[in-house]
Design a protein around this ligand. Sequence first.
Ligand code: MN
Length: 200
Amino acid sequence: MVDEERGPLSEYRRKRDFRRTSEPRPRFGRRGGRDRFVVQQHDATSMHYDFRLEYDGVLKSWAVPKGPSTDPRQRRLAQRTEDHPVDYLGFEGAIPSGQYGAGPVIVWDTGTYRNISERHGDAVPLGEALEHGHASVWLEGDKLRGGWSLIRMRGGDRESWLLVKRDDEHADRRRNPERTQPESVVSGRTIAEVGDDDES
Ligand code: MN
């Protein structure tokens, strides 16, 4: 039995009224199979991309204002946010006004990933790498492929990290997928189309 007050999804639960929002109710996921990732474009108070990695029964989450870059020279700020339930991987729709994070959400990219974190040339488990504030993952998405590193800059309540493309065969200084490939990989809709649906 997961402790609802202190369990891994307690902050997620506390911020939301599940009678009002269509976001998934907190449910602790089972592990198994390949781990998945999602990047959700979210037009809330300000536009951002939520980068989430399935790990240990939850989605480890960061809000990336400019989205992930395929250019290794671009270091993108990534603010750590609360763990989300694994069911959130497929969430697309409009969070109603008055609710936490109100605004449209699309699945901008999704796929599987594997941990490629290392220290002094040795493989490091992802949980340990995140605790140490330096983790690397290899993404196999529709839009995003190759290695990205997450580097913690500041700890505390509102952790600041950087999300940086690794310099591998998938690095591309000119691609800009957030501009050239704006559509949802599950519905083909743009964030504006999902937002318009909500208002009609
Ligand atoms: Mn968000």
